[in-house]
Design a protein around this ligand. Structure first.
Ligand code: NAD
Length: 326
């Protein structure tokens, strides 16, 4: 079994590369290193290819042939919501164009197994706090739309040439399975808080007047190593008969912004008293995954609780360039 991991030098992809290699699976990584770090994948074969380029299908087909690839896990995408609003065409060119090129190479080489990184952002700002895979999909920004369109493209390829696919809709991914594989982008809550603490500043809370018990937004935090395990479960699932293609990956439990910041205070021993600012546009009060389908169909259950996630994120931060002294 040989797996092509596209975007494998990134935060989540490198965790999956490590799990696959630990299980003895042959892995080849394609990444343009726009946000990837080669050191994350050690001596795994790396092909530096921009998958959104016109020449990409040919180059990818060559990699698939040479490495005798049986399955593709597709992480490569641009992921900053705010930037996607400012540069929608770039996001569609990268996220949709890139996916189409990967699928074209697979079609040419008769590779039919694909796992796709989707996102809870396909749900937009839903009415219900707990979303199932059948909840309405109404993304509210180009990033979220690029993920939903990606799922539609996969379904069309299934109809046209028998693509066998799974889309995993990740909720709030955090932590690090190994300290050197932490997230280098300051975009999600835990890195944002650690970034402020590294500057000697107070963490910021955007809105404490939401209709939640402590007034701050509630999200479903999933440990990146658990998420990586979900990909392994999905890969096994593709060997059998799947009744569904789309799965939420979360814990089914919510934590508020205040709870996360308090957990960071407990783990780090630092004063994490926040500065409360106004609400940000488009933040739903509560967004939690229903984790039933992935448990029932793929046997996957996320194990880590909030303190374990935060402790691993703290350890990874402290192993990086901006260590925080207490
Ligand atoms: N991190 C999250 O919280 C989160 C949540 C939901 C979904 N996702 C999705 O999961 C996937 C992985 O996210 P991540 O956090 O690991 O991001 P990341 O930026 O760390 O990893 C993406 C990787 O893809 C590579 N890449 C980007 N564009 C490319 C291109 N045109 N050609 C080749 N390689 C390219 C980057 O260099 C990087 O190594 C993305 O598709 C993202 O949208 C992430």
């Amino acid at each position: 079994m040989s797996v092509l991991v596209v975007g494998g030098a990134g935060y989540i992809g490198s965790h999956v590369v490590r799990l696959l290699r630990e299980s003895g699976t042959d892995v080849v990584v394609v990444d343009d290193l726009s946000n990837g770090v080669p050191a994350r994948i050690g001596d795994t074969t790396l092909e530096q290819i921009d998958i959104s380029a016109n020449a990409a299908p040919e180059a990818l087909a060559g990699v698939i042939r040479r490495e005798k690839v049986d399955a593709v896990i597709h992480f490569a995408a641009k992921k900053q919501v705010g930037e996607s609003v400012e540069r929608p065409l770039f996001y569609y060119q990268q996220n949709i164009g890139g996916l189409v090129n990967v699928l074209e190479a697979m079609r040419r080489e008769n590779v039919t197994k694909m796992i796709f990184s989707s996102s809870a952002s396909v749900y937009g700002a839903p009415e219900d706090a707990v979303v199932t895979e059948d909840s309405p999909t109404e993304p509210i920004n180009p990033y979220g739309r690029s993920k939903l369109i990606g799922e539609w493209i996969l379904a069309d390829c299934e109809r046209a040439w028998g693509l066998n696919w799974v889309a995993l809709r990740y909720f709030n991914v955090a932590g690090a399975g190994w300290p050197e594989l932490g997230d280098s982008v300051i975009m999600n809550l835990i890195p944002m808080v650690l970034d402020k603490l590294a500057d000697g500043a107070a963490p910021r809370v955007f809105g404490d007047d939401y209709p939640t018990p402590d007034g701050t937004c509630i999200r479903d935090y999933v440990h990146v190593k658990d998420l990586a395990e979900a990909h392994i479960a999905a890969l096994h699932g593709l060997d059998g008969q799947l009744t569904h293609h789309v799965f939420n990956v979360g814990t089914g439990r919510g934590s508020s912004v205040t709870e996360v910041i308090e957990s960071i205070g407990r783990v780090s021993g630092l004063d994490t008293s926040p500065l409360v600012e106004g609400r940000r546009a488009g933040d739903p009060p509560k967004l939690i995954a229903s984790a039933d389908r992935i448990r029932e169909d793929l046997g996957f259950v996320a194990k880590a609780d909030l303190d374990e996630i935060v402790a691993s994120a703290w350890e990874a931060w402290q192993a990086g360039p901006r260590r925080i002294e207490a």
